[in-house]
Design a protein around this ligand. Sequence first.
Ligand code: PGA
Length: 244
Amino acid sequence: MAGNWKMYKTPAETSAFFEKFRPLVEKSEHCEIVICPPFTNFAAAVSAVTGTHIRIGSQNIAWAKEGAFTGEISGAMLVSSGVTHAIVGHSERRQYFGETNATVLKRTRAALELGLTPIVCVGERLEEREGGLTEELLKIQFAEGIAGLTEHQFAKIAIAYEPVWAIGTGKTATPEIAADAHRAIRAQVREKFGKDAAEAVRILYGGSVKGDNVKTLMAQPEIDGTLVGGASLDAVSFASIVNF
Ligand code: PGA
């Protein structure tokens, strides 16, 4: 269960969140819990989760090791900050910051080289869904991105299916729509990396996941977890998702 805080919270607000959140998930050993705060909150977040099973992730990672890349953050910087996961190719990065399938692949490789777990996001926009192009689009995102990994690398990633029309809009995909998309992604995985890889890969659903819809989403065998934006900002609400 992963939380994506996007551009919200200061270090002080981060510490306050974990004060409240930690006891609520103390016994939640049934899943991995990852929170991805803004870069400036890593120190506060990592110190708040030390000794717990909560992990801290980044919302991005540079493809280069270092260099003249204003505004980027390197894998080594993340590792040395105590970060263990990295979201790659979130639709907001694709939509507003020119992220492409090719750069998603490069960032994913950079994360893997340093032992970080990439959470690679895919998902269609409203016009693609309405035009009946969802599967086609997912195929392209897969073929131009994730399919460039080796089998060994693929075994270490998680995928997040996030239909863009469901993100931050309050419009959750129905569990059936989400499961269909997950099945389509898993079919791509099977074709490229084989049956075992397709069974093993964790595919998270993201897009307006809340305490009151998480149960029906997670009831779909295809859905292995969730990537949560808005509802991860509040300790009680994210804990209710973790403890669905
Ligand atoms: P949301 O965001 O839960 O606020 O829809 C999900 C995401 O962008 O990862």
